[in-house]
Design a protein around this ligand. Structure first.
Ligand code: HEM
Ligand code: HEM
Length: 182
C-alpha cells in the first residue's frame, strides 16, 4: 500500500473549511433556536451583533475558499485509491462529497441573497458588500427557510462523512492519511 495523498494545500483547505463549517452550523443553531431577540437576552446586543457579523463574514470566506478548493481539485484530481475502493463505497462517498461541494457553494449564496432581501447589510469583516437584490421581505423569509434546511442537510451529510472517516481511521486502510495534515 502506498500513501496517495491530496496536496498539502488541499489538505489544509479541507481542515480549515471543516472548522469554519462547524462554527457556522453552531452559530446557525443558536440563531434558529433562539432568534435575534432570544440571543440578545442571553448574551447581550453587542455579542449577538458580532455573532451575526461573524456568521456572514465566515460564510462568505467559506464560499471563496470552496471555490478555490474546487479549482485546485479540477487542476489536481484526487489521488488514486490504493487498494482500490469498492464500486458502492466510491459511489456513496463520491456522491456525498459532490453534494457537500454543491451545498457549500449554494448555502452562502442563498444566505447572501436572503440577508439582502430581508434588508440586512452584507457584512464581510470590516466591509459591507453589495446586496445583489433589492429588499423583498417575502423572498427573504422563504430563502431563510431554505437556508436553514440546507444547513440541516449539511449537518446530516457531515455526520455521515465523519462516521465514514472514523471507520477508515480505525481500519487503518490509508483513506484518512489521504487528507490528514501530518
Ligand atoms: C464540516 C466538516 C467537513 C467537510 C465539509 C468535509 C468535506 C470533505 C470533502 C468535500 C471531501 C472530498 C475531497 C475531494 O475528493 O475533493 C473530503 C474528504 C475527506 N474527509 Fe472530510 N469534511 C469535513 C470533515 C471531516 C472530518 C471531521 C473527517 C475525519 C473524521 C474527515 C475525513 C475525510 C477523509 C478521510 C477524506 C478523504 C476521503 C477520500 O479520499 O475518499 N472530514 N471531506
Ligand atoms: C456554508 C455557509 C453557511 C451555513 C452552513 C449557514 C448555516 C446557517 C444556519 C443553519 C442558520 C439557521 C437557520 C435559521 O435561522 O433559519 C443560518 C442562519 C442565518 N444565516 Fe447562514 N449559513 C451559511 C452562510 C451564510 C452567509 C454567507 C450569510 C450572509 C451573508 C448568512 C446569513 C445568515 C443569517 C442572517 C441567518 C439568520 C437567519 C434568521 O435570523 O432567521 N449565512 N445559517
Amino acid at each position: 500500500m502506498t500513501t496517495n495523498r491530496y496536496t498539502l494545500l488541499q489538505r489544509l483547505l479541507h481542515w480549515l473549511i471543516a472548522l469554519i463549517v462547524f462554527g457556522l452550523l453552531f452559530a446557525g443553531l443558536a440563531f434558529w433556536a433562539l432568534g435575534y431577540d432570544g440571543l440578545k437576552g442571553l448574551v447581550g446586543e453587542d455579542t449577538t451583533n458580532t455573532l451575526f457579523m461573524a456568521h456572514k463574514s465566515f460564510g462568505i470566506l467559506l464560499l471563496l475558499l470552496t471555490l478555490l478548493r474546487i479549482v485546485l481539485r479540477v487542476r489536481t484530481p484526487a489521488p488514486p485509491y490504493d487498494p482500490p475502493l469498492g464500486a458502492l463505497e466510491r459511489l456513496v462517498g463520491g456522491g456525498i462529497h459532490l453534494l457537500l461541494y454543491v451545498l457549500l457553494i449554494g448555502l452562502p449564496i442563498g444566505g447572501w441573497i436572503a440577508t439582502a432581501a430581508s434588508g440586512y447589510p452584507i457584512q464581510f469583516f470590516g466591509m459591507t458588500l453589495p446586496g445583489l437584490v433589492g429588499e423583498n421581505k417575502e423572498l427573504g423569509e422563504m430563502l431563510f427557510f431554505y437556508h436553514g434546511l440546507g444547513g440541516l442537510i449539511v449537518a446530516v451529510l457531515v455526520l455521515i462523512h465523519i462516521a465514514a472517516g472514523l471507520k477508515h481511521w480505525r481500519l487503518k486502510d490509508g483513506i484518512m492519511t489521504r487528507i490528514s495534515l501530518p
